[in-house]
Design a protein. Structure first.
Length: 256
């Protein structure tokens, strides 16, 4: 899993300053109550960051996290650790945060769900029978796989907000160019319906001087997000079904 590092009351993931959202506490609370949770929604809107933060918060309270994607021997070892913990939960993220850094490597989790969602579901059901809740993080199109089983979960559908996009931009940029500059970027990256938080972060990292054209930053961020998404679609849906997927993925037109 990604290493989260607290610094002066703030949390960083892979060098990225995380912006707290209500989703973090909602996921942690549901897991602590014993409810299994499905977090679904568009790409690039903070699903994984929020769930990983909730998981690390829970682990700091004595919980054990059981990775549902590992081999059988490792899964058995996780179960032994869970028996000694205060409480435990299972997790699976089809596109973990590392995907945006190395998409060709980490897309494997998405193909695992595509090909073997029944295996992940079987492990989830096994944990649930033992009294352990499970959290699954899936993009909206992957959540169509094993849908009958997923209906047993408490589903949280995640969207994006301009306010969070603005805070991501402000808190990860090396220079501060004023409130209106940040608002302009947040509005621009939010208009496509997905990828807003990824694009806000990308724009923040690219910003060097306040006289830079914000439209240029946004276009560069959008191009990066589209490239990552193309790799995902190619890996998960390459072949005869590709045209059907492009037609029915419900991606906003500009991103296609």
């Amino acid at each position: 899993m990604y290493v989260l590092s607290p610094r002066h009351g703030e949390v960083y993931m892979g060098g990225v300053k995380l912006v707290p959202t209500p989703l973090v506490e909602e996921v942690r609370k549901l897991l602590k109550e014993g409810s299994s949770v499905l977090v679904s929604g568009p790409h690039g809107v903070g699903k994984s960051a929020a769930v990983f933060t909730a998981m690390y918060t829970a682990m700091g309270e004595g919980a054990a996290a059981i990775d549902l994607s590992v081999d059988t021997a490792t899964f058995a070892e996780y179960l032994r650790v869970a028996e000694r913990a205060k409480w435990a939960f299972g997790f699976f993220d089809a596109l973990p945060p590392q995907f945006y850094e190395e998409p060709d490597v980490w897309v494997e989790y998405a193909t695992l769900w595509r090909d073997s969602c029944q295996r992940i579901a079987a492990r989830s059901a096994y944990l649930q029978r033992r009294g352990y809740p499970v959290v699954l993080v899936l993009s909206r199109e992957l959540a169509a796989r094993c849908g009958a089983y997923l209906r047993k979960f408490v589903e949280i559908r995640v969207g994006q907000s301009e306010d969070v996009a603005k805070r991501i931009f402000e808190e990860n940029a090396e220079v501060y160019c004023g409130d209106s500059y940040a608002e302009y970027v947040a509005t621009a990256v939010s208009k496509w319906g997905e990828g807003g938080y990824y694009m806000a972060l990308h724009a923040a990292r690219a910003l060097r001087y306040c006289d830079e054209d914000p439209d240029g930053l946004v276009e560069e961020a959008r191009a990066s997000f589209v490239e990552k998404l193309k790799r995902y679609v190619k890996a998960v849906y390459a072949g005869p079904r590709f045209a059907d997927v492009v037609a029915h993925r419900r991606l906003p037109g500009p991103l296609l």
